[in-house]
Design a protein around this ligand. Structure first.
Ligand SMILES: C[S@@+](CC[C@H](N)C(=O)[O-])C[C@H]1O[C@@H](n2cnc3c(N)ncnc32)[C@H](O)[C@@H]1O
Length: 340
């Protein structure tokens, strides 16, 4: 017998941060698509009952997608195409002009998102991306995505939200485009994570990870990196909530400071953004090592029973790329009243 419920497809699903939020709010996630084989393994391990197509979306035809997912109608399509080119700390802010200017075809994968939406015609679409997406190419790509949904008959709303306001112990701004069929009234943004969704809500790094210190290697994905002696000396110089002081480094450990790798989190505050597409996390608030995958996953509000597979670099990418589960759940709960 087929399950009833609000049917969802997750495009560019990664390991399914979005999927997990929607599942937590009671949706029926009928299928997910992503090109990455490690993401598929992690997704399959955690959601053995959801069909996952591991393929380049540009090669997929919608009839086959629906057949594989064993559905005829879909209520909602969610997803976030790759955001590396839009991210303010990706190629876009490189000092090398040729890297900045390089045509990044990942930035145009949204066209396939729109194509699949046009062929499936869900009632609502939730499209997520990094905040830099709004200003990329002087805002032209953002306008193009919105008008592409309008051209296929949807009303558009867009919202810039910070995960920190939705029970996530992390500053993480993301833009959401909501496309709705014309017979659905204005949806608006979620206000906060509903208490009806049984997920732990957190505000500070301490709340999220303090109990994990001393339990290294005892729980899954909680293996610290073996840092070299020079890096440990550098870490010791980084104050809590601060960054590597370049002016205080002796010549033998001198290095330029960039990204989040040489920043130490403040236990009393929300975390810095777990950077998408990056395989290094910031430094633990009081230990002289970078965060483990499990600590980063906690900051992304993944529960501990969610297991990441693949090598460490891949696991870091999977965690950093995800939509925080609590933010996804806030949307899921909010959208429900328009979809029931
Ligand atoms: C920002 S991540 C999505 C994260 C996901 N929404 C979550 O919450 O966990 C973007 C994903 O797009 C996938 N991707 C990139 N190019 C793709 C393509 N051509 N077809 C399908 N998936 C692709 C990447 O493998 C990556 O997992």
């Amino acid at each position: 017998m087929k399950k009833k419920g609000i049917k969802v497809i997750d495009l560019f699903a990664g390991v399914g941060g979005l999927s997990l939020g929607f599942k937590a709010a009671g949706y029926d996630v009928v299928g997910a698509i992503d090109i990455d084989a490690d993401c598929k393994k992690t997704y399959n391990l955690n959601y053995p009952n959801v069909n996952y197509i591991c393929e380049d979306i540009r090669k997929l035809n919608t009839k086959d997608i629906l057949k594989t997912f064993n559905v005829k109608k879909v209520d909602l399509i969610i997803g976030g195409p790759p955001c590396k080119g839009f991210s303010t700390i990706g190629a876009r802010s490189s000092s090398k002009i040729e890297i900045r200017k390089k045509f990044d075809e990942r930035n145009y994968l949204f066209k396939d998102f729109v194509r699949v939406v046009n062929e499936i015609k869900p009632r609502v679409v939730l499209f997520e991306n990094v905040s830099g997406f709004m200003s990329f190419n002087k805002g032209k790509v953002f306008e193009l995505v919105k008008s592409s949904f309008q051209d296929i008959g949807y009303e558009i709303e867009s919202y810039l939200l910070d995960a920190v306001n939705f029970g996530v112990p992390q500053f993480r701004k993301r833009v959401f485009i909501v496309a709705r069929k014309k017979n659905i009234s204005e949806i608006g943004p979620p206000k906060k994570l509903s208490t009806k969704v049984k997920l732990k809500q957190m505000q500070t790094v301490k709340e999220a990870i303090s109990d994990l210190a001393g339990k290294e290697k005892q729980i899954s994905n909680h293996e610290p990196l073996n840092h070299g002696e020079k890096n440990i000396r550098r870490y010791k110089l980084i104050p809590e909530g601060g960054r590597l002081p370049e002016d205080k480094l002796s010549p033998d450990i001198y290095r330029r400071n960039f990204g989040n790798t040489f920043k130490r989190l403040d236990r009393k505050a929300p975390s810095l953004t777990m950077v998408p597409g990056h395989n290094a996390f910031p430094i633990h608030p009081w230990l002289n090592r970078s965060l483990t995958v499990r600590e980063a996953a906690r900051i992304q509000t993944f529960p501990d029973n969610f297991i990441f597979t693949g090598n460490r670099q891949s696991q870091c990418l999977q965690v950093g790329n995800a939509v925080p589960v609590n933010l996804a759940a806030a949307w899921a709960f909010h959208l429900k009243r328009f979809l029931i």
